[in-house]
Design a protein around this ligand. Sequence first.
Ligand code: PHE
Length: 339
Amino acid sequence: MEERIQKLLAEVQAFNAQTKDALEAFRLKFISRKGAVTELFEELKKVSVEEKKRLGKVLNELKQSAEAKFSSLQENIDNNTSSSSDIDLTLPPVPNKVGNLHPLTLVKNRIIEIFERLGFNVADGPEIEDDWHNFSALNFPDNHPAREMQDTFFIEKNPDLLLRTHTSNVQIRLLEKQKPPVRAIMPGRVYRNEAISARAHCFFHQVEGLYVDKNVGFADLKQTLYHFAKEMYGKDVKIRFRPSFFPFTEPSAEIDITCLICKGKGCNVCKHSGWVEIAGSGMVHPNVLKNCGIDPEEYTGFAFGMGIERVTMLKYQVNDLRLYSENDIRFLKQFQTVI
Ligand code: PHE
């Protein structure tokens, strides 16, 4: 009997179970109620008292060692299976990828912020517009080239409707329903029938500015835009006004700022002049005020229209307009905040 016990003991020690099934086989063979250990205890009852003492001791050893083996094998198996199939709740979370705002939106928001501090409200108008608000009320003569199909997208079913070519239509919409003082900026998308290239697109964005009140002069326009340029690009930026023409302003001026790509030294973007145009501007034409029922003898005003793409290009040194509408995620994810 002792020999059998020793043999089983050796077997227990050598036993290795990787799976739950193998472990169950071990349990049945050694420690279950019908297993080898129980069986030997039964046999033990039949031997003499001295033998019982000696064999009982060895048999107890076998029992303990079988039980210890069982628990350690079980622990092993539990650990292994949990690491392969269970979720490890202690792992740090994988952060969700958050999107970011489009660079044009970031810059538009910044422009709004700067003008809101000067007391400008934000106004909005339609992108599908009629001839009156986009052209006629703005003092465009009947034969103005902007009214041609090559320049403007007209709506086929109704030739009086078109995709607005500038945000100046909102000037009219605002002045028709609100009497001076009016101080507003109007961001929005505009459309022109242009071939798409690095420098031109068939749609882009503008921010219109309008200030109509008693005694508004050209100096107010200059100071407002100078303030804007410094807020947007820093105090070293220079600004210049070039005489120009728009049907709806008199006098009119185009506004240039130092080219920030070459810092005024001359490059492709500024056509080697050191200056880049960012806006058209001028004093609101008396005819425009009259068209909106405002007396030009009593009120004057200034207006400007700024290209958001232009302002953004200079801010972020982007040199191709098409990037803004191609939705290439590699381009878009580079803009987290306005720098
Ligand atoms: N609407 C003009 C343009 O699109 C810009 C402008 C706005 C000029 C207001 C003067 C005053 O070019």
